[in-house]
Write a protein that binds this ligand. Structure first.
Ligand code: ATP
Ligand code: MG
Length: 437
């Protein structure tokens, strides 16, 4: 992409409305624009990152055996009356009336709708286990939308729903998602910590929130320092026993959010216990027959008797992750994208647009990267070099290649690693090889 033809409305000044660094940097890097409180348009750069995160989430869900569907954003109130949640949900639910006076709502989550799909079509134990997911916009009329996309009113969520014959089956589905989540966040360059979460009236221990550490996180978390050293699960099909082993290993270390943490009864103390702030980027929850019972989502078992299925739901905050990653990965000059979610892999800077040799060397480099399938943003604008450098640092592409008249004379380009700041002079061929390889 040529910057001269792109739409990248960056800001030089810090926007006043932004209280935290990710919000500030997303506005300054031209990634989003507020449409109304807690509701955002995604501009090209932000949209690319959002899609990358979405795709990583999708691939890991698919690998874990979940099947993608797409349910609507607008739902009928009737379904929510069947689960008794229409009134319970309160003011967070955006309620809408259509022209016939029917009550509708903008979905804050999809348990009702997916259970309705399930009960319509699935009648036999032979069709289980089943896990259906979608990646869809949600609306929750949060009391205090803030921090940009981190706590929006409209936000993109991946939500998966598992259906099993019994608790044992549901637990395998749960463990499979637990492991998929660890892999998902690791691919984005994040280490997420699973925290035991409150299961409310349902009880049991199958509820975890996944948090990433950042000073601006909304909750205080307490954890064993060694949990950060645990290995990410491999990319393979684990047996149910192996899945349980991984979950046990992770959950054997203490980790709890402030509302679950009890300082007097904490099993660890001293320098083993670390306390930091964290951002919730996912939540998995086993809720048994909470929805399948009122919806009569039953299947016939091998013995011919009807069984009410056991369910779980598994959410990932896709749009929140865009902000969350920036909170975890930035410096005083701007964003530092982990390569897997970067909007472009390479930023190419022409130090002297209009200079024949520079233009030609840049065009050549740009063309070669493009034909090798490397995503590159080429700053071909006729601007000051200082402004171009600042802009590239701000938008945080992992690699920067600068081509200028002086370097060209000695046959080199400057190759910079955005994360470490390390700069090397390389021949254009060597620089290409590093980026293509
Ligand atoms: P929170 O405690 O942060 O309000 P929640 O418990 O209401 O979250 P879930 O219903 O578990 O959230 O939703 C799954 C995921 O969706 C969360 O882990 C979070 O990453 C994301 N999410 C929830 N609410 C918002 C929001 N208002 N804006 C952006 N992402 C959100
Ligand atoms: Mg939660």
């Amino acid at each position: 992409m040529r910057l001269s033809r792109y739409f990248l409305p960056t800001l030089k000044e810090d926007p006043k409305e932004a209280q935290i660094v990710s919000h500030r940097l997303m506005l300054r890097a031209g990634m989003i624009q507020q449409a109304s409180a807690g509701i955002y348009s995604w501009l090209p750069l932000g949209h690319r990152v959002l899609k990358k995160i979405e795709q990583i989430v999708r691939e890991e869900q698919d690998k874990a055996g979940a099947i993608e569907i797409l349910m609507p954003t607008i739902q009928s109130a009737d379904l929510w009356r069947q689960s008794n949640r229409y009134d319970d949900y309160g003011k967070e639910m955006l309620r809408i009336e259509d022209r016939h006076g029917r009550e509708m709502l903008y979905g804050p989550t999809n348990e009702e709708l997916v259970t309705d799909i399930f009960r319509t079509h699935v009648k036999s134990y032979k069709d289980l286990p089943l896990n259906l997911y979608h990646i869809q916009w949600k609306f929750r009329d949060e009391v205090r939308p803030r921090f940009g996309v981190m706590r929006g009113r409209e936000f993109l969520m991946k939500d998966a729903y598992s259906f099993d014959m019994d608790y044992e089956g549901a637990k395998i589905a749960y463990n499979r998602m637990f492991v998929a989540y660890l892999k998902t966040y690791a691919r984005m360059g994040l280490q997420a910590i699973p925290l035991r979460a409150d299961t409310g009236p349902i009880g049991g221990d199958l509820s975890h929130e996944f948090i990433i550490l950042a000073d601006t996180g909304e909750s205080e978390v307490f954890y064993h320092k060694d949990i950060l050293g645990l290995k990410t699960p491999e990319d393979k099909d684990y047996s149910p026993d192996e899945l349980q082993g991984i979950v046990d290993e992770w959950t054997s270390y203490y980790a709890a959010a402030d509302e679950m943490h009890d300082a007097d009864n904490c099993p660890i103390s001293g320098d083993e216990l670390v306390s930091r702030r964290g951002i919730e980027v996912g939540h998995i929850f086993h809720f048994g027959q909470k929805y399948s019972a009122p919806f009569e989502a039953n299947v016939t078992g091998p013995d011919g008797k009807d069984v009410t299925v056991s369910m779980g739901s598994y959410g990932i905050g896709v749009s929140r992750l865009v902000g969350g990653i920036i909170e975890a990965c930035h410096d005083e000059n701007g964003i530092i994208w982990p390569e897997a979610v970067a909007p472009f892999k390479v930023g190419l800077i022409n130090l002297k647009t209009g200079d024949e040799a520079c233009d030609q060397a840049c065009e050549d480099f740009y063309g070669k990267l493009q034909s090798a399938g490397v995503e590159v943003l080429y700053d071909d604008r006729n601007e000051r070099a200082g402004g171009k450098f600042a802009n590239m640092d701000l938008i945080g592409l992992p690699w920067q290649v600068t081509i200028g008249p002086r370097g060209l004379k000695s046959g080199v380009v400057e190759f910079k690693n955005r994360a470490t700041g390390e700069k090397t002079e390389l021949s254009p061929e060597d620089a290409l090889q590093r980026l293509v390889g």
